[in-house]
Design a protein around this ligand. Structure first.
Ligand code: BES
Ligand code: MN
Ligand code: ZN
Length: 494
């Protein structure tokens, strides 16, 4: 949907022409586009526009200017130091306004004379625009009049540094599409996105170069003694899946393992959740969606010198008559036994199998898992930061940096033997809950038992996968978080 052109904006036929403007202390803001200079001065003189962050001014071109656009939009970039997020937010703002004005095609004049790298400007603008135009309307047979806007074409015009702008644009497109893919999967209700659908999605990606997938079904899971996934699946009428998608370059290249929680609906099982808000538990597969979408991004970019394996354990957590019961003891992949004291702590059970299996089979250099794992992380960090826990400082630093660059910030919480001790069971190796204190950490401490010495980082996205800090490019509801951070981690891997 986004391309670039070197045709002068003056000659470009479109519904909307977008220019970005920095705010200044005195006088008139600078603007790289001469054809709006006069109107910019009018707008500033009349106090209609100053270039403040998140400020927008929409007007019609003067007839004598002979522009071929229907409208012009000025977008403020503020006067604070520019960040990647400034451009994402600006992109999202433009997207929202463009939809409102029923814009079908727009020309974005990429501001290249700012104190910021041109490639990152276009990258982040593209991300903000793509994420900002996202709507999920699949199940509406009738769309409200004011919801009908649909953008068909966005064209970037780089006045200078065209090749850098195009390079950044490409990165932004991939990342934006990744985020939207997560949203597409997560927004599907529980009866439309089931464990089988994770397999189908991976199967389609496996057609891309260097990708292959393997989908383990119930029989295979039994043979491998994956008691966690099988146990959680017992109460569901739908069969489980363990979806494995590999991106392989060279045998000698390092392998990164990504694991995502794929609970397509979490009723809590026999430890049933309260009814209020239970529908949201269709989102309990956001970790799996993020991991799969990241693989889509990787398949588009085809990075060299790295192998990436994604594993999604997928099942519903339902209270059918064969369901796990509180007090049951199960044996996990690798032989550890777990006393299931609360069937609602199911994420860690399916992840433990996937982590242990992935580490065993692929001998990765690092493992990262994403999961909507605990309500406690919402208490601790709210909806603004993902909880990060890791057994390795270097990997934690990489994760924090990738999150920062992606506008998906993380906050690290500790691990340690005091927390692990809370998981000691009277009758098995472990119990699956660690009591009311430090719920996010004890959930991670449970996972830690299954990765051995491999550097591992765990993202608890229960507070950020939906209801994430609302922003111009982050809608209410599902945020699509995770995939862009993973993509960034892979891009920066050394
Ligand atoms: N999927 C939930 C975690 C969750 C809760 C995500 C609320 C988003 C919002 C997870 O499976 C769960 O139920 N966790 C329990 C663990 C508890 C039983 C130890 C929780 O957090 O209440
Ligand atoms: Mn649960
Ligand atoms: Zn869950």
């Amino acid at each position: 949907m986004i391309t670039s052109t070197n045709r002068k904006p003056e000659n470009f036929i479109c519904d909307l022409l977008v220019c970005f403007v920095r705010q200044v202390e005195e006088g008139y803001p600078e603007c790289s586009s001469q054809f709006i200079e006069k109107q910019l001065k009018f707008a500033v003189d009349s106090g209609d526009f100053t270039g403040k962050e998140e400020e927008i001014f929409l007007f019609y071109p003067e007839p004598e200017a002979k522009l071929k656009t229907k409208r012009i939009m000025l977008v403020g970039l503020g006067k604070k130091e520019l960040e990647r997020e400034t451009f994402r937010l600006a992109g999202g703002l433009v997207a929202g306004q463009a939809l409102k004005t029923r814009t079908q095609n727009m020309l974005v004049v990429v501001p290249v004379d700012l104190d910021f790298p041109s490639d990152e400007i276009s990258e982040c603008l593209a991300e903000g625009l793509l994420l900002g135009v996202y709507r999920f309307r699949k199940y509406k047979t009738k769309i409200d009049e004011d919801e009908k806007g649909e953008i068909k074409k966005i064209v970037f015009y780089p006045k200078i540094n065209a090749s850098a702008v195009r390079k950044g644009l490409q990165k932004g497109i991939v990342a934006g599409e990744c985020g939207n893919k997560v949203r597409d999967m997560a927004n599907e209700p529980g009866n439309h996105w089931t464990p089988v659908d994770f397999g189908l999605y991976a199967g389609a990606l496996a057609l891309k170069p260097r990708m292959k997938c393997k989908i383990l079904e119930q029989k295979e899971l039994k043979r491998l003694k994956m008691g966690g996934i099988l146990g959680v699946n017992q109460g569901s009428a739908l069969p489980p899946r363990l979806v494995i998608l590999e991106y392989r370059t060279k045998k000698t290249a390092p392998t990164i393992l990504l694991v995502g929680k794929g609970i397509t609906f979490d009723s809590g099982g026999i430890s049933l959740k309260p009814g209020k808000g239970m529908d949201r538990m269709k989102y309990d597969m956001c970790g799996g969606a993020a991991v799969m979408a990241a693989m889509q991004g990787i398949s588009m970019e085809q990075p060299k010198g790295i192998n990436v394996v994604a594993i999604v354990p997928a099942t519903e957590n339902m209270p059918g008559s064969a369901a796990l019961k509180p007090g049951d003891v199960i044996t996990m992949y690798g032989g550890k036994t777990v006393e299931v004291l609360n069937t609602d702590a199911e994420g860690r059970l399916i992840l433990a199998d996937a982590l242990a299996y992935g580490v065993d089979k692929f001998k990765p250099e690092a493992v990262i898992d994403l999961a909507t794992l605990t309500g406690a992380v919402v208490v601790g960090l709210g909806h603004h930061r993902t909880g990060l826990m890791a057994n390795n400082d270097e990997l934690a630093a990489k994760a924090l940096a990738a999150g920062e660059r992606s506008g998906e910030p993380l906050w690290r919480l500790p691990l340690g033997k005091e927390y692990s001790k809370q998981l000691k069971s009277e009758i098995a190796d472990l119990k699956n809950i660690g009591g009311p204190a430090a719920g996010t950490i004890t959930a991670a401490a449970f996972l830690e038992e299954f990765v051995g010495e491999t550097p591992w980082a765990h993202f608890d996205i229960a507070g950020t996968a939906w209801d994430f800090t609302e922003k111009s490019y982050i809608p209410k509801g599902v945020s699509g978080i995770g995939a862009r951070t993973l993509l960034e981690l892979v891009r920066a891997w050394k």
